[in-house]
Ligand binder design. Structure first.
Ligand code: 6CS
Ligand code: FE
Length: 297
């Protein structure tokens, strides 16, 4: 058992609490990677960066074909990496898409992206988690407000805030089809949540989260301070957001799917320890415990 002190306790106190962040947001400088200092300071201030076109159309086309293959496979396959919608058998997410040497794996290790990760996180990185969220037309359900870090800390043992997610749109992300929403500036606070985590919580939480959910009063406060943003864009657009940025997304009742890739980069210096919530760690396909640095392609 690691005796590391818990800087971010959550799901222990009887009342929710809005606390301070104790970690930097940007660990590198403009000299150490592709992002200019204006982007770095915007990221530091807002907790996210939006890219209108991270990937060119030709690459998006190939990734879309890969996405369609993944969807066809997941439809009736039985595999732990496949998460289905809360009240149907429709595929919601497929995890661990960075494994192997397929297109998604190559994308996750792409120099352009890993260079940004090493810059923001200040040194070598590895992939903590990856997934595709399909959010199909008509049936794709919401992701309620949450800080990823809260879950990764309590359930996976991620010690500090030194990770981020990159969400890449493989279909157009429109105002109407349940795009990612973020609360700018929310990454500078930490919402300690209420409730005791059940054993094997991930099996339910990846379909619909009920523990590690921020209270309404804290959300009211965060939105009063920072407002709301929903960066939209064509397929190939992307949003890079801090591990503690409060975010969520609505259900998709339009006919147009909102299918995105999520890749989470963590600093190798922030490797997982025993989960702070005291349960056994979640499985490898949700949270990698091997922090071997990425050797970017
Ligand atoms: O439990 C997790 O690790 C995840 N859950 C959500 C809703 N977002 C981030 C992460 O993929
Ligand atoms: Fe999330």
């Amino acid at each position: 058992m690691d005796m590391m002190t818990d800087l971010y306790p959550s799901r222990v106190a009887p009342r929710p609490e809005l606390r301070a962040r104790h970690d930097p947001v940007v660990y590198g400088t403009a000299e150490t990677g592709p992002l200019p200092s204006a982007s770095l300071s915007r990221y530091e201030r807002n907790g996210y960066l939006a890219f209108d076109q991270l990937l060119p159309e030709s690459e998006v086309r190939d990734l879309r074909a890969e996405l369609d293959r993944l969807w066809a496979w997941a439809g009736d396959a039985k595999d732990e990496t496949i998460i289905r919608e809360p009240s149907s058998q429709e595929v919601r997410s497929v995890f661990a898409i960075h494994r192997g040497d397929g297109l998604f794996a190559r994308l996750a290790a792409d120099r352009r992206i890993v260079g940004m990760a090493e810059q923001i996180l200040g040194g070598p990185v590895y992939i903590h988690q990856s997934r595709v969220n399909f959010k199909k037309g008509f049936t794709g359900k919401e992701f309620y407000w949450h800080s990823d870090f809260e879950t990764w800390h309590v359930e996976d043992g991620m010690p500090r805030m030194r990770a981020f997610s990159l969400s890449i749109a493989l279909t157009d992300n429109l105002p109407h089809n349940g795009p990612l929403m973020v609360i700018p500036g929310s990454h500078r606070r930490y919402v300690a949540c209420v409730g005791t985590t059940p054993e094997d919580h991930y099996k339910a939480s990846l379909r619909r989260q009920e523990y590690g959910v921020p209270d309404e009063e804290s959300l009211v406060g965060l939105v009063a301070e920072g407002g709301l943003a929903a960066p939209t864009g064509k397929a190939g657009a992307a949003v890079l957001f801090d591990c503690n940025t409060m975010h969520g997304s609505n259900s998709n009742i339009t006919p147009l799917p909102r299918s995105n890739i999520f890749i989470v980069y963590n600093s190798v210096e922030n490797a997982l320890v025993a989960p702070f919530g005291g349960h056994k760690p979640r499985p490898e396909f949700v949270a990698t415990r091997n922090a071997t640095p990425l050797t970017a392609a």
